[in-house]
Design a protein around this ligand. Structure first.
Ligand SMILES: C[S@@+](CC[C@H](N)C(=O)[O-])C[C@H]1O[C@@H](n2cnc3c(N)ncnc32)[C@H](O)[C@@H]1O
Length: 324
């Protein structure tokens, strides 16, 4: 119990330090990893069910259509392996694969990793109920902090999942550093399956991040509510406006919160000044060209084994292999 309290205090300190740094920088920014508290997890689940958020259905379509082929690629001779997932969330799409692997009686251990303890607790509950035969152990942590776990595993093959275009939340440098670190820690024959949203009609992309019902806006506002709740800040959230843009040249869909008035916000003993219409950048959701994704694979030391697309070619699940 004391360990949990200590961990929570450290996490809160880190949150405070990051918020302080982000709001002191020019332009102001906050990390999208802080979207996911209990309320943020709920709102993200609502986003996944929105018609405008085509990403979920596209990746689900890929898994449902190609689950047998994916299971074959993961364990061609039904050999035991570790299935490690970064940013597992509610595991809705992953469950299609888990079920397929169990149906084929392939022995594997599932290790979902997520920064949100609430997401992991809910996943734990649902997996225990829906798949009692599944061997799994969730781990709470930030992607970059838990990468070392890949090295520590037993000598079974590692297969890493990184779904939902989570890679889109990284800058180009962070994406290369993340996939390179994964590749460094994996062994010959290990795999990375990465789900990536592709460049497409800008209007379609923008609607997914700025829906008419305002669910994506509420998701963005929750970050300020969370800072109020956990760090005792006094953001007047109604005085901020959700704003999303998409640049087809860079592929960056950016979300920001704009201060509608000139105002001061206090967090602990620090005051942050906002000019009228000053933005806080909160998220990048980068869209990739297939060629760019393949370059990322090669630069980080992988070879591309297979690209799987949904019917509309909105999304790709690309399977990469280590050859050392
Ligand atoms: C966009 S959701 C996608 C969830 C799931 N992969 C899917 O495709 O439906 C992102 C998930 O990654 C987690 N996450 C975000 N940033 C993270 C980080 N830096 N480290 C670990 N998990 C993170 C969030 O808590 C959330 O569950």
């Amino acid at each position: 119990m004391f360990e949990t309290i200590e961990k929570d205090i450290i996490k809160n300190k880190q949150f405070l330090t990051d918020v302080h740094k982000g709001l002191s920088d020019e332009p102001k920014h906050l990390s999208s990893k802080y979207f996911y508290d209990k309320k943020g997890d709920e709102l993200f689940q609502q986003i996944m069910h929105m018609e405008e958020y085509y990403l979920t259905n596209a990746e689900l379509d890929i898994f449902q259509t190609h689950k047998c082929e994916i299971a074959q690629l993961f364990a061609p001779n039904k050999e035991p392996f570790n299935l490690i997932e970064f940013g597992a969330g509610d595991g809705m799409k992953t469950k299609v694969l888990l079920k397929e692997l169990l149906d084929h009686e392939i022995p594997f251990d599932y290790v979902p990793i997520d920064i949100s303890q609430n997401a992991l607790d809910q996943l734990n509950q649902s997996l225990t109920k829906e798949m009692p035969a599944l061997s799994f152990k969730g781990i709470q942590g930030d992607y970059f902090e838990v990468l070392n776990l890949l090295k520590e595993g037993n000598n079974k093959r590692n297969v890493v999942l990184f779904l939902g275009s989570n890679i889109g939340n990284f800058t180009n440098e962070e994406a290369l550093s993340f996939t390179s670190e994964i590749s460094d820690k994996l062994n010959t024959g290990d795999l990375l399956l990465i789900g990536v949203d592709l460049k497409k009609e800008p209007r379609k992309i923008l609607l997914a991040y700025n829906d008419p019902a305002g669910i994506t806006a509420s998701f963005n506002y929750n970050l300020l509510h969370r800072i109020n709740r956990e760090l005792g800040a006094n953001f007047d959230v109604a005085q901020f406006e959700h704003h999303a843009t998409y640049d087809p040249v860079t592929g960056e869909c950016k979300s920001a919160l704009l201060s509608k008035i000139e105002q001061d916000v206090t967090i602990e003993k620090n005051t942050f000044h906002f000019a009228k219409w000053e933005p806080i950048h909160t998220e990048i959701s980068r869209k990739y060209a297939l060629k760019q994704l393949h370059q990322l694979a090669k630069k980080s030391g992988f070879i591309i084994k297979k690209d799987l697309f949904d019917t509309h070619r909105y999304f790709v699940d690309s399977i990469w292999e280590i050859k050392k």
